[in-house]
Write a new protein. Structure first.
Length: 238
């Protein structure tokens, strides 16, 4: 299968990064979120091919608080989130936040999942490299479950994602990326429930998967919603 067919098969709707962030801004603006009263936060992989969306978020919302670890995992915890939660301007007595949670995956022009080319290099590369390394480890039958102090984030990825994977099952990279998305969103939500006072703050969660195609980056939107005055409303970005 070629790239377009693979994309269509696994992702029901994709936007370019600019379209996606613009769309989120357009649906959030009537709900009281704008670039003057809102701080954005992001969980995006450290990989440089992921950073283009950071620039788009900055362009729409201004500088964003960075919660990102390898694979876009949310390991910033209560301390990280509590720090961000004291930064928004106060407008109408409330603070406004928008959180982008976007792990990533590559698809090359032949439709191979996880494979990309990097400028100036002949050999194939992978994205997400951290998730791919963990997937290979699982496939080998041996997973290192210790906390390696010289490899802290990768140790945390293994420990966190294994909680979501049935014992003995080896997901492929696409399934593992969806598992990472679920974990990032869930950890963000759990931490929000402990740190955020919805009497003082309104927020939005925008989750999805960033896709590196042969000629640019795209985003597949997953669950997106707002919590305004403590009330949750789904955002339709499809
Ligand atoms: Zn990555």
């Amino acid at each position: 299968m070629k790239y377009e067919e693979v994309l269509k098969k696994y992702f029901d709707k994709v936007y370019t990064e600019v379209e996606f962030v613009k769309k989120t801004y357009q649906v959030l603006e009537p709900l009281g979120f704008n670039d003057e009263n809102t701080i954005a936060g992001k969980c995006i992989c450290r990989d440089e091919i992921s950073q283009s969306i950071r620039s788009v978020i900055k362009h729409m919302w201004g500088e964003a608080f960075n919660f990102s670890s390898l694979a876009g995992m949310f390991f910033a915890g209560k301390t990280g989130l509590a720090a961000a939660m004291h930064h928004s301007p106060i407008s109408g007595g409330k603070e406004q936040y928008v959180f982008y949670a976007l792990p990533h995956i590559a698809i090359n022009k032949e439709g191979r999942i996880g494979v990309c080319r990097r400028e100036g290099r002949e050999e194939e590369s992978t994205a997400c490299g951290a998730l791919n390394a963990f997937q290979k480890e699982m496939a080998s039958g041996k997973v290192n479950l210790t906390m390696d102090n010289e490899d802290v984030e990768q140790s945390l990825i293994r420990m966190r994602l294994l909680r979501e994977i049935p014992y003995g099952h080896v997901p492929d990279l696409l399934e593992l990326t969806r598992t990472a998305l679920k974990a990032i969103q869930s950890d963000l939500e759990t931490t929000i429930s402990k740190v955020v006072d919805t009497n003082k703050s309104n927020y939005a969660i925008i989750s999805g998967i960033q896709i590196h195609g042969p000629s640019g980056n795209y985003v597949w939107p997953s669950e997106c919603y707002t919590v305004v005055n403590g009330k949750r409303e789904t955002l339709n970005l499809k």
